[in-house]
Design a protein around this ligand. Structure first.
Ligand code: ZN
Length: 155
């Protein structure tokens, strides 16, 4: 039997030992990486080992229609952001592209907040949906400044 444990936004998880009832808060960033679910064995201080499924809470994905740019070698190509979550964005590129899965790219999001804030972000391509849609994951899931506020108020 495995215990399901949810990972907090700062990559911590609490392991509750079914034998002695002690729980331990641990940094699990090195186990999880970018995976959404990982199974591992955990050994408590009481020597009891148990199997744990670490799971990231699924982040809320919101359909949007935001403008932005793909930035390549100082060239800006217009894109549309069609959905956004704390983990990533799905974008549409408005011209032919040669981008590949796994590639790291820089984008600029133009938020629909009152200041039309421009947010530069590094993302990794995790899905190419022909002809023009691309699924991207944020390299860093911690969002500060205007994007942090955007998630706070819109999610
Ligand atoms: Zn224990």
């Amino acid at each position: 039997m495995s215990i399901k444990v949810f990972v907090t936004s700062n990559q911590m998880a609490t392991f509750p030992c079914p034998q002695c009832g002690e729980s331990q808060l641990k940094d699990v960033s090195k186990f999880l990486g970018h995976a959404s679910q990982v199974r591992l064995k955990y050994k408590c201080k009481c020597q009891n080992s148990f199997s744990v499924i670490l799971e990231r809470r699924r982040s809320i994905r919101k359909e949007v229609s935001l403008k932005g740019y793909l930035i390549e070698k100082q060239q800006k190509t217009p894109i549309t952001i069609v959905d956004i979550s704390k983990h990533g964005v799905k974008i549409k590129i408005l011209k032919k592209h040669t981008l590949k899965k796994g590639e790291k790219i820089e984008i600029e999001l133009i938020l629909d907040d009152p200041n039309r804030s421009i947010v530069p972000k590094a993302v990794r391509i995790n899905k190419i949906i022909p002809p023009m849609t691309i699924g991207c994951e944020f390299i860093d899931f911690n969002h500060y400044g205007n994007l942090g506020k955007y998630f706070l108020y819109h999610f």
